[in-house]
Design a protein around this ligand. Structure first.
Ligand code: FES
Ligand SMILES: [Fe+2]
Length: 442
């Protein structure tokens, strides 16, 4: 690994209210290699939901950074996560995203494994004249170093040297709970998902997931459509999505949490438009008035490095996988309570289609902006970006009344109105980025 001077990439000095990132952070292939090793292949990464493997022998394939992995459910219901690679010549055992199979038989030479990863057949072994040393080898699938669940969310790490998952998630668990507690019988993915790639760095999505500032410019066309509907100028009566401008005077803020996680929040101008609104009395009884209030607030949560839960225009789960320094794969799902009634489910899906879906009015505009950023940064100009200081003078060390009522201890907090459209929420991820690349963090 090359000599690495973190000060060449990040200027983070709270005393002088400075936070800047160098443009190379988004375009340098050498840094990308380091990110893959120290972040995606060196720590906890979200892999999938347990509910994506409901039945015995279900499997689900994904990647941790560049590494293909598969999650399996065995016949007794246990979950496992293996490197998706045959012990014989290394072929991926499964190429499809998901499926159900008691056994995993390699297409190449037919070695077979069960759902616990055990090698159960080496084809034509009797005739092979293998040496004794071969026979005594372990031929089973290789498990990832760490695999753990927080409720329905499954995480894995290729490095054994990580914090326990609950400790890694820390106070972010409170905000995960605000999502997962919305269903009395749990939460589920609405069938279907958006999968797409964009030609830009993965951190553009990381940042955009908590970017309050871009809405009124990037999503101008969406805002105009919403305003036309409100004015009765649209024939489309099927969907009601919130108007950004109506948020500007609402209470809003952010928390930066330990280990790179962050939350952006705002009061909802029309909470009755939230699909969960009809169930809020029952939820209030279940989780208490404070958490019920927070369920109706708009919340954008980043779990570093690759998971975002956004409860704004419908509720989504978004995960992303870097493919190259300038290419990223996205997977986006609509989340909903199990057993949700038809009317709120319909409202939820219409809102999802309207804004977040890959064919919606928002996501393509975001993606175009990421690609514009990459193209601009590829100019090679040696300079520092100016997108990390909006709201700087409102930051507080530690918590604030909003944190107190949730009983969390954020690293930094901000409490103001949405009109600030703060950009200091990003600090959490880049502080973690710097810790990982410096080799300081677990
Ligand atoms: S690569 Fe799998 S059996 Fe040969
Ligand atoms: Fe956006």
């Amino acid at each position: 690994m090359r000599n690495f001077d973190i000060n060449a990439y990040i200027r983070d000095d709270p005393k002088s209210n400075t936070f800047e990132m160098h443009r190379d952070v988004f375009r340098d292939p050498g840094l990308f290699e380091m990110e893959m090793r120290s972040i995606f292949e060196g720590g906890w990464v979200f892999v999938c939901l347990e509910s994506q493997l409901p039945e015995p022998f279900d499997f689900h394939c994904t990647r941790i950074g560049r590494r293909p992995v598969m999650v399996t459910r065995d016949g007794e219901g246990g979950l496992h996560c293996f490197h998706n690679t045959c012990r014989h010549r290394g072929a991926t055992l499964r190429q499809s995203e998901c499926g159900n199979s008691q056994f995993h038989v390699c297409d190449y030479h037919g070695w077979a494994y069960d759902s616990k990863g055990q090698n159960i057949d080496i084809k034509d072994q009797e005739a092979a004249h293998y040496p004794e040393s071969f026979k005594s080898k372990d031929h089973d699938l290789l498990p990832v170093a760490r695999f753990a669940a927080y409720r329905d969310l499954l995480f894995a790490s290729l490095s054994p040297d990580v914090l326990p998952l609950e400790e890694y998630l820390g106070d972010a668990r409170v905000f995960i709970d605000l999502v997962l507690d919305q269903g009395s019988e749990g939460m589920e993915l609405v069938p279907g998902r958006s999968r797409y790639t964009y030609d830009a760095n993965w951190k553009f999505q990381l940042d955009n997931g908590v970017d309050a500032y871009h809405l009124t410019s990037t999503h101008r066309s969406f805002a105009k459509v919403v305003q036309r509907r409100t004015a009765g100028e649209s024939e489309n009566k099927q969907v009601k999505s919130p108007d950004f401008k109506s948020r500007f005077a609402m209470d809003a803020g952010m928390f930066t949490l330990e280990n790179g996680h962050a939350l952006l929040w705002a009061d909802h101008p029309t909470p009755e438009d939230q699909p969960v609104y009809g169930a809020i009395d029952a939820l209030r009884r279940k989780v208490g008035p404070v958490r019920a209030k927070w369920m109706l607030r708009q919340r954008n949560l980043t779990i570093f490095p690759n998971l975002q839960l956004a409860d704004t225009s419908s509720l989504i789960l978004r995960t992303f996988t870097p493919l190259a320094v300038d290419r990223t794969e996205m997977n986006l799902f609509c989340l909903a309570p199990v057993g949700e009634a038809d009317a709120p489910r319909s409202k939820r899906i219409r809102q999802h289609e309207d804004f977040f879906n890959v064919s919606g009015l928002a996501t393509p505009d975001d993606t175009a902006c990421y690609e514009n950023c990459q193209a601009g940064l590829d100019s090679g100009v040696d300079d520092w970006l100016q997108c990390f200081e909006r709201g700087m003078m409102l930051i507080r060390d530690g918590g604030n009344p909003a944190a107190d009522e949730l009983k969390i201890n954020p690293r930094n907090s901000l409490y103001s109105t949405y009109g600030v459209q703060n950009e200091v929420c990003y600090h959490a991820a880049y502080r973690e980025w710097a810790r990982r690349l410096s080799g300081v963090a677990k």
